[in-house]
Design a protein around this ligand. Structure first.
Ligand SMILES: Nc1nc2c(c(=O)[nH]1)N[C@H]1C(S)=C(S)[C@@H](COP(=O)(O)OP(=O)(O)OC[C@H]3O[C@@H](n4cnc5c(N)ncnc54)[C@H](O)[C@@H]3O)O[C@H]1N2
Ligand code: MOO
Ligand SMILES: [Mg+2]
Length: 617
């Protein structure tokens, strides 16, 4: 089903006198263009005159406009007559849209009570009143976005599409094998936009969008076995249930003594090895042979290491030491770890927000914990898209095909950063199948990372399918960066939950860089972790040509006795050449080429994002 035409009508005395003061209309045009890239968009600015409003709406209905959105004139002032004019021309009201707009707007401001918006149908056109402010228009558009396609399809009586959408909604799932019909029809390729309808965000804006959207993530806490908690974020504070060590323990292999006995010959009473206890109190002039880690017998308050003793006498078979000489007078507590020396009883072992590492797992194991409460990680699914892709396991390449390398690469990259994921295979460039694959993935994960199909090609279906079949909100569809320009970040409601979709570019390096900069950031925010990789300043070891876009250059660091590490760029940075990311320990943040700045000399200092292992030191 295609939405052939949409009309945006600004209803305002002021704007009808001075069009440049109309900000809501252009905003609405941009929102509708993003959502209906194939549609014609009519615009009009008219005064708050009831007859003119009625006439304009009827005029658009006559020319088969599918959707009319008005902005302005819904308030309480005497000139506000949009609702009355709309009521006069619609044949059937759609009150639930008005209710939804009111509810959502009231969440933001009680002033929403003063809006009298109306929604209804005239012939085959859906008409919705929005308030006049730009902010309200953006908010209201997000409210109706998820239902627009479906509503228009029903009104246009596209029963086939409607039924299938109804079915998939009832079934709550879509089997990727079953043909899933999509609303998307890009067959009129001549109508495709010849420039991207998506504003190009600066990196900082993209990060801000991700941060604000992901903070809505409703995570929870779960108990995991401590051996499975590596990389998780602890969600509780745990205290030591017993002191560590639980007894005064020897630090050395030697002899437990009474420091008050001083130096000289001592009789060796017995031996205490680690794991054994010896309860009889030590008498004056006695010592006990002891191993590291073993408990001191009662009465002993120091350990003399064997290196500081001399053998005086032993049994004939030399199996028993009888006397040793303590060469130097020991001090009290010498080479002894008193009770609680490492961890005091009740000491805090870990607090909320700490990321579990191996040492902490050891501490918790040693402290007798089997489980630890951690913040749930979002479940992640990975989906590749593209007719040219074949399974990496296939030995022979089919003509004009390549193997899907993104899926495994992204899975490994996520794993390397502590995020398990499930691979959902490859969706072909067919709207119905893509929609089915997306639905299948969204059923299984909170966050979907897909790659491919987000640029300008007529087979780049991801954005239209997300918008038209999933009512998704596109938070951004292009970013001013290299690689990664067509990166897309969207959310949608699916089976009653918010789903987060990162549609990365298909180029392997673009997918790699954007997974690191956008996806890992988002997942860390879900866990309440620091979202950014650490950064440091490094020196270029060679001059580097600048791209018109800010570029994330893969490099390794060489640590010399220079003040800063040297960055060695990993060869040709073309975004298809995944070799340029192999072994990369950093992404160099290169500035975009400027007026008279198109390259950086060797030795120039640039910021480096530390995204990989530093094995090249
Ligand atoms: N007219 C324009 N064309 C392109 C633009 C543009 O602005 N105007 N942007 C270019 C940039 S930048 C990028 S990045 C790519 C991204 O395109 P898509 O996201 O649509 O990716 P695809 O076209 O599907 O694939 C791009 C490239 O990557 C290969 N690929 C895709 N998936 C995989 C995979 N799973 N494993 C390995 N390789 C994969 C695919 O075969 C293509 O060669 O768009 C430019 N075009
Ligand atoms: O944005 Mo692309 O990743 O430069 O080719
Ligand atoms: Mg493409």
């Amino acid at each position: 089903m295609t939405v052939t035409a949409v009309s945006v009508i600004t209803i305002s005395d002021t704007c009808s006198k001075d069009a440049s003061s109309d900000t809501s209309g252009p905003t609405l045009v941009q929102l509708t263009r993003e959502m209906f890239p194939q549609s014609l968009i009519h615009t009009a600015i008219i005064p708050d005159e009831r007859e003119i409003i009625e006439a304009k709406i009827k005029e658009y209905c006559r020319v088969d406009v599918d959707l009319i959105i008005t902005t302005g004139g819904t308030g309480l002032s005497s000139r506000d007559v949009t609702p009355e004019a709309t009521k006069a021309v619609i044949e059937r009201e759609v009150p639930a849209i008005t209710v939804a707009l009111t509810i959502e707007s009231l969440r933001k401001t009680p002033m929403a009570m003063l809006s009298r918006s109306v929604a209804g149908i005239r012939d085959k056109t859906l008409i919705i009143n929005f308030p006049g402010s730009k902010k309200a228009v953006i908010e209201c558009f997000e409210v109706v976005r998820p239902i627009l396609y479906h509503a228009i399809a029903i009104i246009k009586n596209e029963t086939t599409k409607v039924k299938s959408v109804h079915n998939s909604m009832q079934l709550g799932h879509v089997c990727p094998h079953k043909k899933f019909s999509s609303n998307v029809d890009l067959s009129k390729v001549a109508l495709r936009p010849r420039e991207s309808p998506y504003p190009m965000l600066q990196m900082a804006e993209a990060f801000k969008v991700i941060d604000s959207v992901m903070k809505e993530w409703e995570g929870s806490l779960e108990q995991v076995k401590i051996e499975d908690s590596m990389g998780c974020v602890v969600g509780e504070t745990l205290l030591a249930k017993e002191p560590m060590p639980p007894f005064p323990a020897s630090i050395k292999d030697g002899y437990a003594c009474r420091s008050s006995d001083g130096a000289g010959v001592k009789s060796v009473r017995t031996a205490v090895t680690a794991g054994e206890t010896y309860e009889a109190p030590l008498e004056a002039g006695e010592c006990v042979r002891i191993n590291t880690g073993a408990p001191l017998p009662p009465g002993a308050d120091c350990v003399v290491q064997v290196e500081d003793t001399k053998l005086i006498s032993a049994s004939p078979d030399n199996k028993i030491e009888l006397e040793v000489e303590i060469i130097k007078a020991p001090k009290p507590q010498q080479d002894v770890r008193p009770i609680g020396f490492d961890i005091a009883l009740g000491a805090e072992l870990v607090r909320e927000g700490v990321v579990v590492d191996a040492a902490l797992i050891g501490i918790l194991a040693g402290a007798g914990y089997q489980h630890v409460e951690v913040r749930t990680k979002p479940t992640v699914a990975i989906l590749s898209t593209g007719n040219e892709l074949q399974d990496p396991a296939e030995a022979t390449l089919k003509p004009a095909h390549i193997r899907d390398s993104n899926q495994m690469m992204l899975k490994a990259l996520l794993k390397e950063n502590g995020y398990p994921s499930v691979c959902m295979g490859v969706a072909r460039d067919e709207a119905g199948e893509l929609a089915a694959s997306l639905a299948d993935a969204l059923k299984r994960a909170d966050v979907l990372v897909c790659s491919g199909g987000v640029s300008m090609g007529e087979k780049d279906l991801l954005k239209p399918v997300l918008l038209q079949d999933f009512g998704a909100t596109l938070h951004f569809g292009r970013v001013f960066m290299k690689p990664g320009k067509p990166s897309t970040f969207a959310t949608c409601q699916f089976e009653g939950r918010t789903k987060y979709i990162f549609a990365l570019p298909g180029n392997p390096v673009s997918a790699y860089v954007c997974c690191l900069l956008f996806v890992i950031r988002a997942l860390r925010i879900c866990e309440g972790r620091k979202s950014e990789f650490p950064r440091m300043r490094v020196r270029l070891n060679k001059s580097f040509p600048l791209d018109p876009r800010p570029e994330y250059v893969r490099a390794v660091l060489r640590f010399t006795d220079d003040d800063l590490p040297h960055a060695e760029v990993l060869g040709n940075q073309c975004s298809s050449r995944l070799l340029s990311a192999c072994g990369a320990s950093v992404l160099l943040e290169m500035p975009p080429a400027g007026d008279n700045l198109d390259w950086l000399p060797a030795g120039h200092v640039v910021p480096a994002i530390i995204t990989g292992r530093m094995e090249h030191i």
